[in-house]
Ligand binder design. Structure first.
Ligand code: UDP
Length: 238
């Protein structure tokens, strides 16, 4: 059997990925699908860290957040990511996979704090580690948390799961002639002004020579194909 192309991955799931077609919240079927996809790759020996967003919960709070102090709203957003992390870890446990949540904000009664060495140990033991609360700092995003945790745990790649199966020359919904990049360098992505991740996250990955693959969460088997190094999504490389 061929070996996976990446031994340790950092999977970034946006909060919206958990919603499916719902207006907000967490869709159980979608979460079950994510859990299955991740188990598929852990079974071939891939170590998986997950950074989860909070958009699905925060969306229901948009009214309250309007006009709110930015840092306060951001801390609320980070707490939303912890809820998602707990839901995801619970779904892993229900499927028989030992998953741990580590939070960048201290809420010790609820989940354990982020401790790098411990996270790496869990990964080596084959557990899935779900990183909550982003970077723990306002004015950042969970994309940046994915780049940061990816670099810290020595991931081989950051996998950004989205609704679209990669990076296109133009918005494929607006321009039917748009084509997908199979691979693109960091420099070319910058030159073409492609929004792969937010600028901070992108710069961190580029500086750390940490490749990114943008792929569709809703395409069956896509995660495994990415991990096997097959042509899936778009690879952003140094
Ligand atoms: N957030 C933050 N610092 C971080 C990560 C997240 O302040 O390091 C806050 C921020 O308000 C953000 C929210 O948490 O809008 C949810 O994260 P994000 O928007 O990245 O989630 P996604 O859009 O991926 O669901």
């Amino acid at each position: 059997m061929s070996q996976p192309a990446y031994k340790r991955i950092l999977l970034k799931l946006s909060g919206e990925a958990l919603m499916g077609d719902d207006a907000y919240g967490i869709n159980r079927d979608v979460v079950a699908g994510i859990v299955r996809d991740v188990i598929d790759v852990t079974q071939i020996g891939v170590e998986v860290g997950v950074v989860i967003g909070g958009g699905n919960i925060f969306r229901g709070m948009a009214g309250a957040a309007t006009g709110m102090d930015r840092a306060t709203a951001d801390y609320m957003g980070m707490l939303a990511t912890v809820m998602n992390a707990m839901a995801l870890a619970d779904a892993f446990r229900a499927a028989g996979v030992n998953a741990r949540v580590q939070s960048a904000l201290r809420i010790d009664q609820v989940v354990e704090p982020y401790i790098r060495g411990k996270a790496i140990r869990y990964l080596e033991e084959g557990r899935v580690v779900v990183f909550g609360a982003g970077t723990g700092n306002p004015f950042f995003t969970t994309d940046t948390a994915a780049a940061l945790r990816g670099a810290e745990i020595g991931a081989d790649i950051v996998l950004k799961a989205t609704k679209v199966d990669g990076i296109y020359t133009a918005d494929p919904k607006k321009d039917p002639s748009a084509t997908r990049f199979q691979r693109i360098s960091f420099d070319e992505a910058i030159a073409r002004n492609l929004a792969v991740m937010d600028a901070t996250a992108f710069a961190l990955c580029r500086d750390q020579r940490l490749p990114i693959n943008v792929f569709s969460l809703f395409k069956a088997g896509a995660l495994k194909r990415v991990v096997m190094g097959e042509d899936e999504g778009t690879l952003v490389y140094c």
